[in-house]
Design a protein around this ligand. Structure first.
Ligand code: ASN
Ligand code: ZN
Ligand code: CA
Length: 331
């Protein structure tokens, strides 16, 4: 396309990356017309407004450190681009709403802000700079987690409280992880951990673990009648654990140098069907069968239907889905 360029970015967490940019009248803009015009803006410490579009003269962006405001912008643009490519190439969905339109990203929100969030009303992603304004919340899994909240809003629209809220959060962790694997980035390889690059607590630990969610001290490994009463970032553990079991199976396993050990609620062994199929099943369930008030029981039904549609009623896939839900005590 005319005007579409490949900028050279040096990111915070993902090394040197190519990012989609645009040649404007007066230099380059951090706008990706190859992906719906997704654009990245600088809030420069503000907590409101659109911020200022990143621009420069040489199409080289960031230096890998927090002293260059464009560094976090590179991560944000790269995360958005990977998320776009993942949904398009893997699920045939062009953009968060499936309408070919890009969203926007805003970086440098507030001071020492250790979070990131998606907002449907501005159709935008926002990232804080973290502790000391030096650790932006812009890793691949976090970017894809947040943008996937937009996909959930545009599809099942799972209500962000109770069990549906846990499913909403888990959907973002599942696709955040899927995008991280899809990226095949050398500095930020795929894993079943969330936020492992950020060191938010300062103890070197990730925010969440999908193989055994309770390792974070709060998330649920399996369903209980109380699941609808805990924070959605903890009830998500049930579906995160389901997704891990469905992908990789139960027990101990090392993947990409990371050690996992996934238990089951009933002590029975689960055979994984592979992450690619697990992603397809979750996406189809989300976009076809889940609705705003779907609970864990409903998620089981939705994924069984999705697996049946995709792979047939009698295959290993439906059996795997059922075994994995059994493994997290969702009957
Ligand atoms: N980063 C958080 C999340 O996406 C923000 C929130 O609590 N909504 O879940
Ligand atoms: Zn979330
Ligand atoms: Ca991760």
């Amino acid at each position: 396309y005319q005007g579409i360029e490949n900028g050279a970015g040096t990111s915070t967490y993902s090394g040197s990356v190519e990012i989609g940019t645009k040649k404007g009248a007066d230099g380059y803009e951090l706008t990706d017309d190859g992906r719906g015009g997704h654009s990245t803006f600088n809030l420069d410490g503000s907590e409101s407004g659109d911020g200022k579009l990143f621009t420069n003269k040489d199409d080289k962006w960031g230096n890998g450190k927090a002293d260059d405001p464009a560094t976090a912008a590179v991560d944000a643009a790269y995360g958005a681009q990977l998320t776009w490519d993942y949904y398009k190439n893997v699920h045939g969905r062009a953009g968060i709403k499936g309408d070919g339109k890009g969203a926007t990203s805003r970086v440098h929100y507030g001071q020492n802000y250790s979070n990131a969030f998606w907002d449907d009303s501005c159709f935008c992603m926002t990232y804080g700079d973290g502790e000391g304004n030096k650790k932006p919340l812009t890793s691949i899994d976090v970017a894809a987690h947040e943008m996937s909240h937009g996909v959930t809003s545009a599809t099942a629209n799972l209500t962000y409280s109770g069990e549906s809220g846990g499913l909403n959060e888990a959907t973002s962790d599942i696709f955040g992880t899927a995008v991280e694997f899809f990226a095949k980035n050398k500095e930020d390889a795929g894993d079943y951990l969330i936020g492992e690059k950020l060191d938010i607590a300062g103890d070197g630990k990730p925010l969440r673990y999908m193989d055994k969610p309770s390792k974070d001290g709060q998330s649920l490994d399996s369903w209980s009648p109380d699941a609808g009463n805990v924070d959605v970032h903890y009830s998500s553990g049930i579906a995160n654990h389901f997704f891990y079991l469905l992908s990789e199976g139960s027990g101990a396993k090392e993947i990409g140098g990371v050690k996992y050990d996934s238990p089951t609620a009933d002590g029975k062994k689960v055979e994984g069907i592979g992450r690619d199929k697990a992603e397809k099943i979750w996406f189809k369930a989300l976009t076809t069968y889940m609705t705003s008030n779907t609970d864990y029981k409903g998620a089981r039904e939705a994924t069984v239907k999705a697996a049946t549609d995709l792979y047939g009623a009698d295959g290993a896939e439906v059996k795997g889905v059922e075994a994995a839900w059994d493994g997290v005590a969702v009957k």
